[in-house]
Ligand binder design. Structure first.
Ligand code: UD1
Ligand code: CA
Length: 454
């Protein structure tokens, strides 16, 4: 068991943003959510989040995590000062405190487990995660003696030219024996370039402090500006895509594809270039998605093709074809073996199995049966300017090209709607409905200005 404190009070000045830094999204989840994800393998006694800049906004954004305790740091006087705010919340606590920076979002849960295990086995006062960075600029440098005991951590801006050569950096991830840290925190001073209380200075006041190098330095990348945010996104994407390729998914031109890490993809799916899979989405086995497609919070069942289309908050059955240029705008359920075609927009609509909506159609608030053929240019007029109204179309019905279905409307099974009809009244099953002007043909008719036919 450990207690956790996440330092998340800073404004993140270098982001140049009105949004608190820890709320910036990275691959569909905020930085702070990602830090919480890295705790998933631990049993945690208390989870404290130190908030300050945008405190209310951060708390609101984290409403789905009721086990968090928010600790306010009114003025942001440094990471050491942030840690001091935790003191009243852990009075008489005897265990270890894991301290994480809220802007280090790529940590693997195993890495934290290992840090804590090492800390406890070695009986250290503090153990910190370090990395050897090819470009350590901006990070605190960690200095150790011959036996890997940390003697000092110096911030980049406080480093001498010689100290800057040290590539071993502080990840901002620490395990402290809490009673020791609690005693040391009040003694921090601000004699540094920023005139701040540095958490890192506590290592001067306790021992033994040990450093543990992380194997893959990309895990500990911190986010201070938008460049680092983009870089972290790249690292995350690399991880996610490698995982899916190993599990039997084909990615064609992976660099042009983005996949959020809560997406599930079954084997033999093929993801084509310029395709983006977002949110909580599932792609079935053998699906072909893309090129040029966005799938968000949606489920696509096995063997379905989605080409140059946008699908959000929807479900598409197995063996169906969607696109090119379809837009499933939310609350849409398409059955198995359907064809949703070119320039078709669906909203809050259910389409039964083996139904075709193949060309130039808008269906909103519609319930369409199975084996239906929705003719080219069929439109549901579902909105009267105030309210949406439903349209029901029974099994095996065919709507003619360019029919307008004025809702509320119920059309039975085995109905044929004549092309060009404007249907305003319910149509019973097994019937033909025609609602258009009768065609008139005038034999021998010519415009007046032309001479009569010889
Ligand atoms: C910090 C470390 C540095 C380390 C780096 C790793 C210190 C002094 N330096 O530097 O050694 O290499 O992280 O990424 O700790 N915060 C507060 N209250 C404050 C100030 C900061 O809660 O008053 C929070 C921030 O929201 C952020 C975290 O602490 O999540 C780190 O602060 P930041 O200013 O980004 O520190 P760095 O300069 O990156
Ligand atoms: Ca930082």
């Amino acid at each position: 068991m450990v207690a956790v404190a996440i330092l998340a009070a800073g404004r993140g000045t270098r982001m140049k943003s009105s949004l608190p830094k820890v709320l910036h999204p990275l691959g569909g989840r905020t930085l702070l959510e990602r830090v919480l994800d890295s705790l998933q393998n631990l049993s945690v006694d208390h989870c404290l989040v130190v908030v300050g800049y945008g405190a209310e906004q951060v708390q609101q954004a984290m409403a789905a995590y009721p086990h968090l305790t928010f600790v306010e740091q009114r003025q942001q006087l440094g990471t050491g000062h942030a840690a001091q705010q935790v003191l009243p919340y852990l009075e008489n606590y005897e265990g270890d405190l894991l301290v994480l920076n809220g802007d280090v979002p790529l940590l693997r849960p195993e890495t934290l487990n290992q840090l804590i295990t090492t800390h406890q086995q070695q009986g250290n006062a503090a153990t910190l995660l370090t990395a050897q960075l090819p470009n350590p600029k901006g990070y605190g440098r960690v200095f150790c003696d011959g036996s890997n005991r940390v003697t000092q951590i110096v911030e980049d801006r406080d480093c001498s030219t010689a100290q800057k050569q040290n590539q071993r950096i502080n990840a901002g991830v620490y395990c402290f024996r809490w009673p020791v840290l609690a005693e040391v925190l009040p003694k921090l001073q601000t004699n540094n370039d920023q005139q701040e209380y540095y958490l890192t200075d506590t290592v001067l006041l306790m021992q033994p402090v040990m450093a543990v190098d992380v194997e893959d330095y990309q895990e500990i990348l911190g986010i201070n500006d938008r460049l680092q945010l983009a870089n972290a996104h790249g690292v995350l994407q690399q991880r996610v895509k490698e995982q899916w390729m190993r599990l039997g998914v084909t990615l064609i031109d992976p660099d042009s594809i983005t996949i959020d890490d809560q997406v599930q993809i079954h084997p033999d799916a093929v993801i084509e270039p310029q395709t983006h899979l977002r949110g909580i989405s599932t792609i079935g086995a053998g699906c072909r998605i893309g090129p040029g497609t966005l799938i968000e919070n949606s489920t696509i069942h096995d063997q379905t093709t989605v080409l140059y289309s946008v699908v959000t908050d929807s479900t598409v059955g197995a063996g169906s074809r969607v696109g090119p240029y379809s837009h499933l705008r939310g609350e849409v359920t398409v059955g198995d073996r359907c064809r949703i075609g070119n320039f078709v927009e669906l909203k809050a609509t259910t389409v039964g199995d083996r139904t075709n909506v193949a060309h130039l159609t808008y269906l909103g608030n519609a319930t369409v049966g199975a084996h239906v053929n929705v003719g080219a240019g069929t439109i549901t007029a579902n909105y009267d300017g105030y309210q949406k109204h439903p349209t029901v179309i029974g099994d095996r019905t065919k709507t003619g090209s360019n029919s307008v279905l004025v809702a509320p409307l119920t059309i039975g099974t085995d109905v044929t709607i004549a092309a060009g009809s404007v249907i305003t009244q319910d149509v019973p099953s097994d019937s033909l409905a025609i609602a258009r002007a009768q065609q008139t043909v005038k034999p021998g008719w010519r415009p007046k200005q032309l001479p009569p036919q010889a």
